[in-house]
Design a binder for this molecule. Structure first.
Ligand code: SAJ
Length: 441
């Protein structure tokens, strides 16, 4: 197996072009960045609306600078979109890998993408899986292609040099910084064979400025799961501290800020729970792979999920004590300054409040125009920040958007505030609201 070293590229990369399967939060920016490097790129998606949008040079997701880039590369004919793949040299699979009700990974979309590209593959082509996947999925991709294309020799399944190159290279980009991190982050490239890893590295070298590090496909799959589990465990530590501090009436954000002055302590921030489609999901892939030895990872997941339930319970009790007050929930996205509501604890909390209190709950989310289905029939309305500050006496801060951070103290000093993000350190420490609840307890 290859070692985790930077090897030299084995060839100059593709000439025909690239196909990116999946035009979502990762696939579309990836396709656009590849196209910008001068590689003719076809983005493929099962959703007609997404394909039509991208084909017109527009975007269906909000990401810094993405619209301008997609507009530019489609105008130059470097990026096209379609519902079916065409022959190319490089095929990148960037489709969702959700989990089922029992937290077991579901790789159906990955294998479906492998089946879709199989008919157009030819000798010398490179297939790269980028979707976060349980260990062993790249080998499953190879097996899927092998079953459909007995005419091609498949790496890991033949002796000598195979006809195809198959590798795993996880995306590692942070929503909100995707276009920067696609270029600057180091890439871990795991080949089914060392030859596959070198071939994939030659491809990434064409647009990645960060280091390209090669290893085996299974190790690269685990690296991705480990990165997000590491973050989840550390956020769980912060969330656990927030519960302990709350019980002791201590400001957890001040405690963390001061503890982090230690040269070897770097605690993350507590919040209303962990959202998004990565950190709240990927640790379960490790747990599913080895349930016996993943106790800390599983507990961290449970701690972070339980934090959302804790916030719901506390907010319900606080609002119940203010029967005539209109309450604004600030933020619905899963993290600041993005429009992504997937697996968002803010949506879960605000929807629970909306179901209980109906039109008394107002929702402020500057990055969306319409409320998600979770609010259907509740009577809760989407309003802007200024209206919320003018009409709501109580605020539940769920997301630390920059727009909210910029509200000066004199515009909120008389509000009752439940701040789950530590957004406003100058807000009175034990607000009148919390004091009310404390007296009731
Ligand atoms: N969060 C906290 N406290 C913190 C940091 C985050 O509560 O101190 C919460 C956020 O509010 C959010 C969730 O965690 O709800 C996840 O946000 P995030 O910014 O930590 O991560 P993602 O999901 O946007 O992106 C992560 C990144 N992984 C790591 O930082 C290890 C990114 O690099 C990955 O590419 C991405 O997952 C992915 O696609 O897997």
């Amino acid at each position: 197996m290859p070692t985790a070293t930077e090897a030299a590229p084995s060839d100059s990369g593709p000439t025909l072009g690239a196909v990116v399967m999946g035009l979502g939060y990762i696939g579309l920016p990836t396709a656009a960045v590849i196209a910008r490097a001068g590689i003719p790129t076809l983005g493929v998606d099962v959703n007609d609306h997404v394909v039509a949008t991208v084909a017109e040079g527009r975007v269906h997701i909000e990401e810094v600078d993405l619209h301008g880039l997609v507009q530019g590369v489609t105008a130059r004919g470097l990026l096209r979109a379609a519902t079916a793949p065409e022959p190319a040299d490089t095929f990148i699979i960037a489709v969702p890998t959700p989990f089922d009700a029992d937290h077991r990974p579901d790789v159906r979309h990955v294998l479906a993408a492998a089946r879709t590209i199989a008919p157009v593959l030819k000798k010398g082509d490179l297939v790269i899986l980028e979707s976060t996947s349980p260990v062993g999925t790249t080998e499953q991709v190879a097996a899927t292609i092998a079953a459909l294309r007995p005419d091609l020799s498949i790496p890991g399944r033949c002796s000598g040099a195979a006809d195809l190159f198959i590798a795993y290279c996880p995306e590692r980009v942070l929503p909100g910084r995707i276009l920067i991190e696609l270029i600057d982050n180091d890439r871990v490239i795991g080949g089914i064979t060392p030859r596959c890893a070198r071939r994939a590295m030659a491809f990434y070298r064409r647009f990645v400025r960060g280091a390209c590090l090669t290893t085996a496909a299974r190790a690269a799959e685990m690296v991705k799961l480990v990165e997000n589990s590491y973050r989840d465990v550390n956020i769980a530590f912060a969330n656990e501290l927030s519960l302990i501090a709350e019980g002791m009436a201590i400001d957890v954000w001040e405690v963390i800020r001061l503890a982090n002055r230690h040269p070897r302590v770097s605690i993350l921030q507590p919040g209303p729970g962990v959202g998004g489609h990565c950190i709240a999901v990927d640790p379960w892939f490790l747990v599913a792979g080895d349930p016996v030895n993943s106790r800390l990872i599983r507990t961290a997941r449970e701690v972070n999920d339980a934090k959302t339930d804790h916030v719901i319970g506390r907010a319900l009790r606080l609002i119940e004590r203010l029967p005539d007050t209109r309450v604004a929930c600030l933020g619905l996205a899963f993290k600041p300054n993005i429009d992504d509501l997937r697996e968002s604890p803010a949506v879960e909390i605000a929807a629970a409040l909306a179901r209980r209190f109906g039109e008394r709950i107002a929702l402020v989310e500057p990055h969306i125009d319409t409320l998600p289905a979770a609010f259907a029939g509740t009577g809760a309305a989407l309003i802007d920040l200024d209206t919320a500050l003018a009409t709501c006496d109580a605020l539940v801060v769920l997301v630390d958007h920059d727009l909210f951070r910029s509200v000066p103290l004199d515009e909120r000093a008389d509000k009752l505030v439940y701040d789950t993000r530590g957004l406003w350190p100058d807000q009175p420490k034990l607000s009148a609201w919390e004091a009310l609840l404390a007296r009731a307890a």
